[in-house]
Design a protein around this ligand. Structure first.
Ligand SMILES: Cc1ncc(COP(=O)(O)O)c(C=O)c1O
Length: 303
């Protein structure tokens, strides 16, 4: 039922910091998976879509902010794979719709707005029950799409890396991508998560919770992760905040490497990797694979 996408390539990155540290740096180009369901979005959705199909659910319902790249990807996946989609949006309706929500409605997604206060109940059975009364039964994808099935999809991407490596690096928001890489890299290497938001220390527990969900859905025993690291100081002031320094870094990275990154997630993570390289964090001779988690629809046009 689902079209599967080929393994994504590794691109060696030009970096003075990596050369100086005698470290080899690659970017895993998950942004190339699909133009709209890119990067971690596809990996997190894959087994959820398979489960919804097997359970004969024809509707996907999920939660997100008005600029959520997750809502955007779910809307695109619904259109591509034949699911009705409902997006529960945080906050009041603002017209005209922004490009993310405009795209979502063009894909056929129904938008359901909740006040910021009501939205906080997004995991509450009462709210889910009310939504079922209105939209019928659905496969529920949590905010950001992070659940045990999402972890499974991200984990299998690690097997695509066909060179010896020591560290994987990724941007982190809700923690599903980080948990997936940690699961896929168990016994193979370290994973460093770079929270895109302030106060990202909660991801230590959240990644463990998601790894617990992953063990339940796969029937595997939960093992305390030994390869999970967080670098919490590369948020540049908070979620979706930028600084001239970050934007300058992104411009230079893009022109040296001939590809695009965005400023909310991958740009901050790569800045962090570069900074750590300069500080001698990675041992000489090691290989670091950073994951490009896509989301280019959210890239500032004028970077
Ligand atoms: C482009 C991109 N990279 C990384 C992330 C972080 O993923 P996660 O929420 O699984 O931590 C997101 C979150 O939605 C994202 O859109």
């Amino acid at each position: 039922m689902l079209e599967m996408y080929p393994p994504t390539p590794l691109q060696q990155i030009r970096s003075r910091a990596a050369d100086g540290a005698n470290v080899t740096l690659y970017l895993k180009r998950d942004d190339l998976i699909h133009p709209q369901i890119s990067g971690n979005k596809w990996r997190k959705l894959k087994y959820n879509l398979i489960a919804a199909h097997r359970q004969r659910q024809s509707t996907l319902l999920t939660f997100g902010g008005a600029y959520s790249s997750h809502l955007y990807a779910v809307a695109a996946a619904g259109r591509e794979f034949g699911f009705r989609t409902v997006g529960v949006v945080r906050g009041e309706e603002t017209l005209p719709l922004n490009p993310t929500l405009q795209f979502a409605t063009e894909c056929g997604m129904s938008l359901h707005y909740l006040s910021r206060e009501a939205y906080r109940q997004k995991t509450d059975a009462l709210l889910i029950g009310t939504l079922k009364e209105k939209y019928g039964d659905f496969h529920l994808l949590p905010e950001g799409g992070s659940n045990g099935l999402a972890v499974k999809g991200v984990a299998e991407g690690v097997d695509e890396i066909n060179i010896p490596w020591h560290y994987l690096c990724c941007a982190a928001g809700t923690g599903g991508t980080l948990a997936g890489l940690v699961a896929g890299a168990a016994g193979k290497g370290q994973v460093i998560g770079f929270p895109a938001l302030k106060g990202g220390g909660f991801l230590n527990n959240e990644a463990r919770r998601l790894l617990g969900e992953f063990s339940s859905v796969t029937g595997s025993a939960y093992a305390e992760p030994r390869n999970l690291q967080l670098q919490t100081s590369y948020h540049f002031g908070g979620y979706a905040r930028t600084t001239p320094l970050l934007l300058q870094y992104i411009r230079q990275f893009e022109s040296e490497n001939g590809l695009q990154i965005e400023q909310v997630y991958t740009g901050k993570m790569l800045y962090g990797v570069d900074d750590l390289l300069g500080k001698g964090y990675f041992p000489a001779g090691s290989t670091v694979v950073a994951v490009h988690t896509g989301g280019l629809q959210g890239r500032l046009p004028g970077i």
